[in-house]
Write a protein that binds this ligand. Structure first.
Ligand code: GLA
Length: 392
């Protein structure tokens, strides 16, 4: 999306005049470390070059006006600074509204309203974080337009998460907003979600590509199933904290696999035990995978991705038949080093590491077989890793 196109549509919708500022915030793909971020574990996502573009102009009154080039039929959605409540009619605008609300809650008062226009090129329902990118976009826009200079990009990620948790009712962790705000071209972010300490790891692979495969399915009740997983982990943690020897732990991420195995019997509910086992082992896999990548051992990285999928499928139970088909097809293709579900689950995308020579073969063989088995086509994207949110 070029700046001129965005500005042109903005003035068509809202009229000429005043200062209009433009911003972009990317979506993300997570390479490994799934459902660890709300368990104080590690994640390893990277920002994509697709995401959400936005243009904003401040108003003199308290009105908030929203327009999406993706949902033109919805027209201009209106709200007011004094009435910031989620509503069914608000549709997608509940995300930016939530961020305004969260700014107020955190003490960054927005004195006047704005006109806001967005355009996103993340495929709908793909699990590549279109909502987090919209939240980070809104956060950056508010910071720049209303002069909150002290706010860092990490603060903006945290405000985005806060609004999604408390305004939109999805109890997500920090990974998606962090990746959208803090991404770096050609790098993945190795983030410790307990401390928010992070390092960038170069992911310019010489002989392989990262390929996202979109199953084009999104099963219903994703948010409630996600929140349920989170509660199950919290229950497991509560039981473990009752064990004197490990009563000091703050999160499941504080446990090594060995210590967990020693005390896992203390978790009363077998389902919660299984969920916790995933969280602890996935955290270890993520740490190991980053080490393997640094050592140039892509085969080991791929093996850990595969193990991550098995655990998400069998222990965390957030996969689905369509995704399992895609992953199996990838595993069967020579030259695919690793493949797994990525993101929250219950549909969405897989992420695979595929040797350069095998990329075409993987797309055609897996694509054809998937269509035969499922009845619709998958979509493939060879990933470019981009920067975090910026003004342009
Ligand atoms: C969603 C959430 C993230 C994270 C992933 C699973 O994308 O928004 O915080 O929990 O699921 O890893």
């Amino acid at each position: 999306m070029r700046k001129e196109q965005l500005l042109k549509r903005f003035t068509e919708i809202y009229g000429d005049g005043g200062e209009i500022q433009c911003f972009f915030a990317p979506g993300r793909v997570n390479l490994i470390g799934e459902h660890t971020d709300y368990n104080g574990g590690h994640v390893f996502p990277c920002a994509l070059t697709i995401g959400t573009y936005g243009a904003i102009r401040r108003r003199e009154d308290g009105k908030l006006r929203f327009y999406s080039m993706n949902f033109e039929k919805m027209g201009v959605l209106e709200s007011d600074l004094s009435h910031l409540k989620p509503s069914k009619e608000a549709g997608w605008s509940d995300y930016p509204k939530g961020v305004v609300w969260a700014f107020e809650k955190k003490g960054y008062s927005i004195p006047q309203g704005f006109d806001f226009l967005v355009y996103g090129n993340i495929p709908a329902g793909s699990g590549l974080s279109s909502s987090a990118s919209l939240e980070v976009l809104t956060g950056l826009m508010l910071k720049e337009s209303y002069g909150f200079e002290k706010l860092s990009m990490v603060d903006i990620a945290q405000i985005g998460q806060y609004s999604e948790n408390n305004f939109n009712g999805m109890n997500c962790g920090i990974m998606d907003q962090f990746a959208s705000a803090m991404g770096k071209k050609d790098h993945a972010i190795f983030l410790d979600t307990a401390t928010l300490q992070y390092t960038y790891a170069p992911v310019k692979l010489d002989h392989a590509k990262i390929v996202i495969t979109n199953s084009k399915v999104k099963h219903s009740l994703v948010d409630s199933k996600y929140n349920e997983r989170r509660e199950q982990c919290e229950e497991a943690l509560k039981d473990l904290k009752n064990v004197t020897q490990i009563s000091h732990i703050q999160t499941l991420g504080d446990l090594s696999r060995e210590t967990f195995e020693m005390y896992e019997a203390a978790i009363k509910d077998p389902i919660c035990r299984m969920r916790a086992r995933h969280a602890v082992c996935e955290n270890q896999r993520t740490i190991d995978a980053v080490q393997a990548l640094k050592a140039g051992n892509l085969e080991e990285f791929g093996r850990l991705m595969n193990a991550s999928h098995v655990s998400l499928r069998d222990e965390y139970q957030v996969s689905c038949s369509e995704i399992d088909i895609l992953v199996s097809l990838a595993w069967e293709t020579p030259g695919v080093l690793g493949s797994r579900i990525t993101g929250g689950g219950f549909g969405g995308c897989t992420v695979s590491i595929v040797e350069n020579d095998a990329v075409d073969m993987y797309q055609s063989v897996a694509g054809e077989s998937y269509e035969k088995q499922v009845g619709h086509r998958a979509e493939f994207y060879v990933v470019d890793i981009g920067d975090g949110a910026y003004a342009f």
